[in-house]
Write a protein that binds this ligand. Structure first.
Ligand SMILES: NC(=O)C1=CN([C@@H]2O[C@H](COP(=O)(O)OP(=O)(O)OC[C@H]3O[C@@H](n4cnc5c(N)ncnc54)[C@H](OP(=O)(O)O)[C@@H]3O)[C@@H](O)[C@H]2O)C=CC1
Ligand SMILES: CC(=O)C(=O)O
Ligand SMILES: [Mg+2]
Length: 753
């Protein structure tokens, strides 16, 4: 079964929110003052213009050309959906542009050209040459794609690469090398059937033949069946080159006894009977998107000895060009390459194949919920493998340098690999780690506010994304009505709705609550009202009795109120050691701030406790803690009563002999900026702080909200830490996505004492 089912409504919502489409463009230079304007625009901009006119190579220094790739299509072969036209191909092209950025930090923009005339296409792209460091052609149907790519390669001096041809061929080759290794077959001896003789098909068969597959052992099919010598219908010169001397006429006949099936055609082109007729240990790459030629379930049902791959993310063995194009271009751009040649493609295929045979990092294993080891269900690295960025581009760059296409060869390869590691946003791996741990823990999550639409949507997502069971506290009719209004009517049957009327535990909950509150002025009547009617209390009681593994609340009421209700059931006060830790993610940095929830105005001892709790959360996130106690003074100046607690707190940690770095007091710029910190050579932090312990809750709230509103930072938390149970308190402004993130945090049990 595919791991995570997505609905059409979810796919559309993903493309609408938060703004239509999938990316935007942001400046990389300041653009606020008169001086900025003078430098960026007139008159300053004239200087680089003249420099480039004199020496065109300097365009790589003074413009974004060297890290900018165009993803260009005319929409004539959009995935396996056919000729949808230029406009309808835009979501795919935007998607490829985002993948370039996400996986290899290549800036990319989509361009959809409204023409099916190869000449018009060629001249449009050629005219754009000065803008880009490379051209990625996408989803252009065969045979026009061959003509277009060939001409552009000849006429342009930057890499032109048709991803559906060569990207697909490279990944297919890498996967096939490993699949044949596992099935103990040699490529020279294999009978190979290729279905689909278009852009992807022709390139795949050419590369595979160059790796040793024998022409006489390869049968290529298209909509008319087998491409045999002498066939005239539906032919072109690219197909003719692969016509077989054979009596076979149909795909069905060709599949009988075949060792390998490569599908780059359309959904459902292969039947179970065909698979059943293949040789022992057959290799089946059903690569059509979005739906494969045959699903892995169908193939395995008739052949449990098959090694099956698809182009999709939701099955094992994703043979998809996403593993290639970002890294091929990264390597090519970094040597200012004139082209991406065959040697660079083969280097990429080999590096990918070798990487899959190496031990897989835990991070990847966690994302997939199991330890991946080289084998039938893991023949090719997964797209989220963090090693791809620093392993594949160097292999590509080296091959480019060895074959003379590099305008700027890389001299220090080790330094290059380090710089590749630094390109990737560390926050992405932290978020992925949270997701992975949540999925692994399969926690039953209690969503206290079942009368809120955002909460319900988050609960549905929690369950549908495979994190575990979602329990929603609320009235059944209410939940049903809200879900239906949000187009999620079918989720009613999936969620478990719990309330005082349908639980068998109400009396137990009430006894428990009475025991805790009887000496605080609560009588039986009060207890019944709290347990049966207050959903924050009811949900907390469920958690306290093990009727759920974590609790999400706070989306409908202010956090102070919610915390007060939770305290009826749990000991989550400042005096109990509870601390709120908020993670701020911005521009590739992650900084934790504490206490953002519980301590209103902490004493010196409290500040030291807060630092310890925040350090534990940081470690849980995979960060090595560096704590700064922040204020408006630095190391005692200006002297102030307000800063004195922050000044004294480090001495307490020192006396406790904690095993993490700390320092204070200091201003936030000293804490976060290495150059400013360097003005205090005695400072004991080995680098910028990643935990800021703030003087009080108001300063925490102001800082977090300013980062969110002014800088657009991603804020996760507050993570309620230091209590026995995972409870997360959202804010009343939380989106369903924020609430889902909170649920995942609760599922990781990061804050737990
Ligand atoms: N996993 C991956 O990374 C990638 C997968 N693909 C997938 O490969 C497929 C083809 O893409 P692309 O090469 O760009 O498209 P093209 O339009 O260039 O080629 C399509 C080819 O498939 C053939 N075909 C269509 N339907 C059938 C059928 N029922 N039986 C046999 N052959 C058929 C066509 O035959 P004819 O020539 O007779 O018209 C044509 O040769 C798509 O599904 C695409 O999603 C593509 C790139 C990457
Ligand atoms: C993956 C891809 O490029 C395609 O299916 O067209
Ligand atoms: Mg494509």
């Amino acid at each position: 079964m595919p791991k995570a089912k997505i609905t059409d409504a979810e796919a559309l919502a993903f493309h609408i929110d938060p703004t239509p489409g999938k990316f935007e463009i942001t400046p990389s230079v300041p653009m606020t003052t008169q001086r900025d304007l003078s430098l960026a625009y007139s008159p300053g901009v004239a200087v680089p213009c003249e420099a480039i006119a004199e020496n065109p190579q300097t365009a790589y220094d003074y413009t974004n050309k060297g890290n900018l790739v165009a993803v260009i299509s005319n929409g004539t072969a959009v995935l396996g959906l056919g000729n949808l036209g230029a406009l309808a191909s835009k979501p795919v092209m935007e998607g490829k542009a985002v993948l370039f950025k996400r996986f290899a930090d290549v800036n990319s923009i989509d361009i959809e050209l409204d023409t099916e005339d190869p000449e018009a296409f060629i001249s449009a792209v050629k005219l754009m040459g000065p803008t880009f460091g490379g051209i990625n052609l996408e989803d252009i149907k065969a045979p026009e794609c061959f003509i277009i790519e060939q001409r552009l390669k000849e006429e342009m001096d930057i890499p032109v690469f048709h991803d559906d041809q060569h990207g697909t061929a490279v990944i297919c080759a890498a996967g096939l090398l490993n699949a044949l290794h596992l099935s103990g077959k040699k490529i020279e001896d294999c009978r190979i059937v290729l279905n689909g003789a278009g852009a992807a098909g022709i390139a795949c068969i050419e590369l595979i033949k160059s790796m040793g597959a024998q022409h006489d052992n390869c049968i290529v099919c298209d909509t008319k069946g087998v491409i045999y010598q002498g066939r005239t219908e539906g032919m072109n010169q690219w197909k003719s080159a692969h016509a077989a001397n054979t009596e076979l006429r149909t795909l069905e006949e060709a599949m009988d006894g075949a060792d390998v099936f490569l599908g780059v055609s359309v959904k459902g082109a292969v039947t179970q009977d065909m698979v059943a007729s293949m040789a022992d240990n057959p290799v089946i790459f059903a690569m059509a998107n979005p739906d494969p030629e045959i699903t892995p379930e169908e193939a395995h049902e008739v052949r449990n000895d098959a090694i099956v791959a698809t182009g999709r993310s939701d099955y094992p063995n994703q043979v998809n060009n996403v593993l290639g194009f970002p890294y091929l271009f990264r390597g090519a751009l970094d040597i200012n390459a004139r082209a991406i040649n065959d040697e660079m493609k083969i280097a990429c295929a080999q590096a990918l194949a070798e990487l899959a045979r190496e031990d897989v990092p835990d991070e990847v294993a966690m994302a997939y919920g199991k330890k991946l080891t080289f084998g039938r269900d893991y023949i090719i690295p997964t797209p989220f493998d963090p090693r791809l960025i620093h392993v594949i581009p160097p292999a590509v760059a080296r091959a480019g340098m060895d074959t003379g296409v590099a305008r700027r060869p890389i001299i220090d390869m080790d330094g290059y690999e380090q710089s590749l590691k630094a390109r990737m946003d560390p926050t992405a791996s932290i978020l992925r780690g949270i997701t992975a741990r949540a999925r692994k823990n399969q926690a039953t999550m209690i969503f206290a506010e079942g009368d809120n639409s955002q909460v319900l949507r988050a609960a549905v997502q929690y369950q549908r994304n495979g994190y575990g069971q979602a329990l929603v506290v609320g009235r059944e009719e209410d939940v049903k009505a809200k879900l239906t209004a949000d187009g999620l009517g079918d989720a009613v049957r999936e969620l478990r709705i719990v309330n005082a009327a349908n639980t068998e535990h109400l009396e137990t909950y009430k006894d428990f609550l009475y025991e805790r509150l009887q000496r605080q002025g609560f009588d039986h009547h009060d207890i019944h009202r709290l347990a049966a009617r207050d959903r924050h209390v009811f949900a907390s009681l469920m958690l306290a009795h093990g009727h759920g593994d974590g609790l999400i609340t706070g989306a409908t009421r202010k956090s102070a109120y919610v915390l007060d209700r939770i305290n009826h059931v749990f000991d989550a006060r400042a005096s109990d050691g509870a601390v709120g830790v908020t993670a701020i993610l911005h521009k590739g940095r992650i900084v934790l701030m504490a206490d953002t929830l519980v301590h209103e105005w902490p004493e010196t001892e409290d500040l030291a406790n807060i630092a310890e709790r925040a350090a534990a959360v940081a470690r849980g996130l995979g960060l090595e803690p560096r704590v700064a106690f922040v204020s408006f003074s630095t190391f005692g100046y200006p002297v102030s009563e307000r800063a004195s607690k922050l000044h004294e707190a480090p001495a307490i940690l020192e006396a406790r002999g904690v095993d993490f770095e700390f320092e204070g007091e200091m201003t936030a710029d000293v804490a976060l900026n290495a150059d400013v910190m360097a003005q205090y050579p005695f400072c004991r932090l080995s680098g910028p702080a990643n935990i800021l312990v703030v003087p009080a809750r108001h300063s925490a709230s102001i800082s977090v909200k300013m980062m969110q509103e002014l800088a657009g930072a991603t804020v996760i938390g507050p993570i309620l830490s230091g209590i026995d149970q995972p409870i997360q308190i959202c804010s009343t402004n939380s989106t369903s996505n924020d609430i889902l993130n909170m649920a995942m945090l609760a599922a990781t049990r990061l804050g737990k004492r």
